[in-house]
Design a protein around this ligand. Structure first.
Ligand SMILES: NC(=O)C1=CN([C@@H]2O[C@H](COP(=O)(O)OP(=O)(O)OC[C@H]3O[C@@H](n4cnc5c(N)ncnc54)[C@H](OP(=O)(O)O)[C@@H]3O)[C@@H](O)[C@H]2O)C=CC1
Ligand SMILES: O=C(CO)[C@H](O)[C@H](O)COP(=O)(O)O
Length: 508
């Protein structure tokens, strides 16, 4: 904490959407910041905002025009936070800091959406120059300003220095109910409650956890969009009617930030045309890579995450707009029966339950993926703690995360959320409506790949016996890949000599 003339507590590089807001959040919490961005206008904008918010009192944000100046303005040992685009820019900034004279006991915290394997490499590449620490951040612009969810990992020593700062700026939840304690005014800080920031583990683990957070975010978003599609195209509800339905859903088990913002997007009118803006937004989804990385990691680790992968595919399919425009003219639609008002309301309830069940399965996939990665990488992740961090501040924040916290607190070794008594009962209670919703949407010709792949995941997990027996037979037939038998010890392998007379089975 500083007065006007003293050196700054924290150096900050990158004052874009996240950086500027994190800086102001730090300043609200009493830290004085030396700030640098390649774009001097971004530095000026951050200073201007600080002046505005503090009514011209002592400046809390000091602009710097070089890395050397940035280091010279900081207390030693230096603490520097990066909020720059992921990838080689992070290394460029690190090299610039080395050139400016950063010291081995200084700490650099990467808060961007870096690929976790890059973070692992960076910790060792820069170990003689400074301590490379990372802390993934979620919450977007508003979260960064008033309380994000933070996923720090790397040097435990660095964490002892970062922890008080991170605990101050993080989102907070009520320690008893797990409900977010909201803060929306500049200068206002929340000192009570549990911070949504906790040490995740060794280098790379925080970025891995954030990557899976984003994979789940993709799934959550896609499933809400699929429900919207059924309501809009299938049941012919207006944007405002769907906003009303979502608003109601947001009062119960589906209460989430993403549901809340969907209501606001659906209600928003374009000032130029007066139409609902959503009807004017081009239906081509963007993506920056974290969902894709999650899907790729699930394949590499060998952990099924079909809902997350399907959400990535859904964005890819959407991007083929021109192709879809052509195929929409040639591919025929099913014959659809008209729904009565009563049947429409019935379908709304079924969709609600489908979304809830599909969401449970998407989270089950994400948490199992983290579990397998944790074992593979020896990270010893604490899943109750991760669920707690995600209860507020981040994009997937939802009442639901308290139930996940409870599940991992009941059994910290839980292999999959579907084994938890609360979630298995919920799925059992609502699965019938989930099936109706998937079946009806399919009959209407509305694609609901994420919601339905969650259902297939559930049914696969429910099956004691899957048709992989036939698959193993096929593999043995064409490639002599061998198979095991349920009536013999699992250590034994067999092969049928398919081309020989009598097709003899031999142990191999
Ligand atoms: N936006 C979001 O909701 C979230 C983003 N993130 C992650 O946070 C990081 C920052 O994101 P965001 O704020 O949205 O991105 P922005 O592009 O808005 O901000 C990045 C800033 O870094 C500056 N910059 C680029 N290169 C350098 C450099 N070599 N030295 C100094 N400054 C540089 C950019 O300047 P210029 O514009 O001139 O290039 C820009 O001002 C990213 O890794 C992102 O993935 C994480 C969570 C949420
Ligand atoms: O990390 C985030 C939120 O948690 C970012 O908003 C992220 O950029 C979103 O990903 P995408 O651009 O691929 O939709």
């Amino acid at each position: 904490m500083s007065n006007n003339t003293s050196k700054c507590d924290i150096g900050f590089v990158g004052l874009g959407v996240m950086g500027k807001n994190l800086v102001l959040n730090l300043a609200d919490n009493g830290y004085k910041i030396a700030a640098f961005d390649l774009d001097s206008e971004k530095v000026a904008a951050a200073i201007q905002q600080d002046v505005l918010e503090t009514n011209n009192q002592a400046p809390r944000v000091i602009g710097c025009s070089s890395y050397t100046e940035l280091l010279s303005k900081l207390k030693a040992p230096h603490l520097i936070v990066l909020s720059v685009p992921a990838g080689e820019i992070v290394d460029q900034v690190c090299q610039n800091l080395i050139g400016a004279g950063i010291q081995p006991d200084d700490i650099v915290i990467d808060t961007g959406n870096s690929l976790w394997t890059d973070t692992v490499k960076r910790e060792s590449v820069y170990k003689d120059n400074f301590i490379f620490f990372s802390s993934a951040v979620s919450g977007g612009e508003v979260g960064a300003r008033f309380g994000p969810a933070l996923m720090p990992s790397g040097s435990e020593y660095a964490w002892t220095r970062v922890k008080p700062i991170w605990s101050a700026i993080a989102a907070k939840v009520d320690a008893v109910t797990g409900k977010p304690i909201e803060r929306t005014e500049p200068g206002q800080i929340i000192e009570e409650g549990e911070p949504c920031a906790d040490y995740i583990g060794p280098a790379g683990s925080g970025h891995y956890v954030k990557m899976v957070h984003n994979g789940i975010e993709y799934a959550d978003m896609q499933m809400i969009c699929e429900a919207y599609h059924v309501l809009r195209e299938g049941l012919q509800y207006s944007c405002d009617e769907i906003a009303d339905i979502f608003s109601q859903w947001n009062e119960g088990v589906l209460d989430s930030y993403l549901m809340g913002i969907s209501v606001e997007v659906l209600r928003h009118k374009d000032p130029e045309t007066g139409s609902h803006l959503v009807d004017l937004i081009l239906d081509k989804a963007g993506q920056k890579g974290t969902g894709l990385w999650t899907a790729v990691s699930s394949l590499e680790v060998g952990c099924p995450a079909p809902t997350i992968s399907q959400a990535v595919y859904a964005r890819s399919i959407s991007s083929f707009k021109e192709l879809r425009q052509q195929t929409s003219k040639t591919l025929s639609a099913p014959q659809v029966e008209r729904f009565t008002e009563e049947k429409k309301l019935e379908m709304v309830t079924q969709l609600h339950d489908a979304l809830y069940c599909a969401k449970i399965c998407a989270y089950a996939q994400g948490f199992q993926l983290m579990k397998l990665a944790s074992v593979e990488q020896n990270w010893n992740l604490n899943f109750a703690s991760i669920a707690k961090i995600w209860r507020s501040g981040c994009i997937i924040r939802a009442a639901f995360l308290q139930s996940i916290t409870d599940a991992f607190e009941r059994d910290y070794k839980l292999e999959n959320l579907l084994l938890d008594s609360f979630f298995s009962e919920q799925l059992s209670q609502y699965q019938q409506n989930w099936r109706f919703a998937v079946a009806k949407a399919t009959m209407m010709g509305i694609p609901i790949g994420a919601i339905s792949s969650s259902l297939s995941y559930y049914d696969s997990m429910r099956c004691d016996v899957l048709p992989a027996n036939l698959l193993q037979g096929q593999r043995d037939y064409f490639g002599a890949h061998t198979f095991k038998r349920i009536d013999k010890p699992v250590t034994q392998k067999f092969h049928v000599h398919w081309t020989e007379p009598g097709r003899p089975i031999k142990q191999v």
